[in-house]
Design a protein around this ligand. Structure first.
Ligand SMILES: [Cu+2]
Length: 342
């Protein structure tokens, strides 16, 4: 599927390690399969396919019921996860999503941040949803910044966005979101850095990715890897996302554009329903490897289960001193997680 989108600029060069993004992140953020197009042929495995040279990419997504009353999106039958797969696009690309509804409930897929017409809105208001068993195509397009009327600049689509159901159980998708029908959507601008690893963290009501401590999956990286976090808020509560020992930048990319970039540097950010942001950190930079907490900083929320572990392994992938003990404390010594010694 590479080489067809010949009108697109050259692929940014990324290390071969990035080819592992899908598998590595899959251990922690259930699925992180990239749908980036031809320009990232060397990056994460691309699942979209070009329908014609230079045309839109197509991807088939399956909505399925999961154990525990959950629902999820997946890229293969039987592989639905919570959160769903990470969709990645470049500004200027169009993605056609064939959503297969393998459930007995009405549902849809509704994106934030990209362009779509009413037929791809995913809302019952526009009669845009899948009946049980139905397959429906949703079209998402993107654009680069452009000059608008009067000469001011209209924004491009690049950003850390998300998608979710908008039709299960009500016209607002409240039940679908609560039960796991959500995921990350990343739109990148030419020149944006691609990460070595990627983790999606969704604060959904009083859960993280519909899990509570000590069942929140451990997010992993090796010392020195560039790790992308995509943070999304859903549900009825206000939250504050905090990551221990790492900082990022409050702008579109989450990293500085140069040493004099005056953007605000933070380690905690509001993460309220419908909001999303992303950033990249160098795992363990300046602080070393170890088991680092991430959690909601609303105290009653962290106390009741909204916390997890960002495990920064040694550069060779081995466990750092003290990390297993920290994980055991998180687990309450009663199992649930198995972290391989590396
Ligand atoms: Cu919270």
């Amino acid at each position: 599927m590479t080489g067809e989108q010949t009108r697109l600029p050259r692929s940014p060069r990324v290390s071969r390690r990035s080819m592992l993004v899908g598998a590595a992140a899959g251990m922690v953020a259930p699925v992180a399969v990239s749908t980036l197009g031809a320009r990232t042929a060397t990056a994460a495995p691309a699942t979209g396919r070009s329908s014609r040279a230079g045309g839109p990419r197509r991807v088939t997504v399956y909505a399925e019921e999961l154990p525990g009353g959950l629902y999820g999106y997946g890229l293969e039958p039987g592989k639905a996860t919570v959160p769903g797969p990470v969709f990645e696009m470049w500004e200027g690309e169009t993605l056609e999503i064939d959503l297969v509804n393998n459930t007995d409930r009405r549902l849809s897929i509704h994106p934030h941040g990209v362009n779509y017409d009413t037929a791809s809105d995913g809302s019952p208001l526009n009669a845009s949803f899948n009946e049980p068993g139905e397959t429906r195509t949703y079209v998402w397009s993107t654009n680069a910044p452009k000059k608008g009327p009067g000469g001011f600049w209209l924004p491009g689509s690049a950003g850390y966005w998300h998608y979710h159901d908008h039709a299960l159980g009500s016209d607002h998708g409240t039940e679908g979101i609560a039960k796991g029908l959500y995921g990350a959507l990343v739109v990148r601008r030419e020149g944006d850095l691609l990460p070595d690893r990627q983790h999606t963290v969704v604060f959904n009501n009083m859960t993280i990715n519909n899990k509570m401590a000590p069942d929140v999956p451990i997010l992993e990286a090796n010392l020195g890897e560039r790790v992308e976090f995509i943070a999304i808020g859903h549900g009825d509560n206000f939250h504050t996302f905090h990551l221990h020992a790492h900082r990022w930048v409050e702008n579109r990319t989450g990293y500085l554009q140069g040493p004099d970039d005056p953007s605000r540097v933070i380690d905690t950010r509001d993460l309220n329903p419908g909001d999303s942001f992303g950033f990249q950190v160098v795992a363990g930079d300046g602080v070393g490897p170890g088991a680092w907490m991430f959690h909601c900083h609303v105290q009653s929320h962290s106390e009741t289960g909204m916390s997890g572990i960002f495990l920064v392994r040694n550069a060779d992938g081995s466990m750092p001193d003290g990390a297993q003990e920290a994980i055991d404390r998180y687990l309450g010594h009663d199992g649930g997680h198995h972290v391989t010694p590396g």
